[in-house]
Design a protein around this ligand. Sequence first.
Ligand code: GRF
Length: 213
Amino acid sequence: MKRIVVLISGSGSNLQAIIDATESNQIPGQVVAVISNKADAYGLTRAKQHNIAHQVIDHKAFPDRESFDAKLQEVIDAFNPDVVVLAGFMRILTQQFVEHFTGKLINIHPSLLPKFKGLDTHQRALDAKESYHGASVHFVTPELDGGPVIVQGPVAILAEDNVDSLKAKVHKIEHQIYPYAVKLICEDKITMTAEGVHYQQQQLPETGLVHEV
Ligand code: GRF
């Protein structure tokens, strides 16, 4: 069984999807710890409900990004994880931290990367009159939202869509592709290489695997 540590800052609905997939044996792994930088993150309650170790490390208690990340790294390392999952963890991480966990640190971003890195992705997709929007699971590298993509879940943008409807659709697809990506990693089918992502020894395209619409 692979050991999964999940970092959150908020609701943790992606955390829930991953917990559910481990508990129903779809993922050969278990969530061994949930760490939040916010004491009021609802995801902590989810961890408690599933008897998962959980801890708050408040970034405001540290003088700088380096000292916060060093503490975070120390706490995560103590759980000896195979996979470290960023699930709505709203902190930019230092290069030192990212490099320490290279190849086992993954994130979910609400856009079809490399489109719309950064914030306000739903509004930006609407403004750009895109036909499709969605979410991407990617390995984390020092470049923000720039690491190689493992899987994308596209959603169609309809004429009647607004930010809220689009956000809801993207969230729904996130709950499918994030557990799927974690499962593939736990099954040792996905690895990060210098060229990008390998899936069962095959190099994936820039878009990663595509979840069917
Ligand atoms: C998701 O929309 C994800 O794309 C972004 O943060 C949000 C987290 O949502 N990185 P939740 O806390 O998992 O509900």
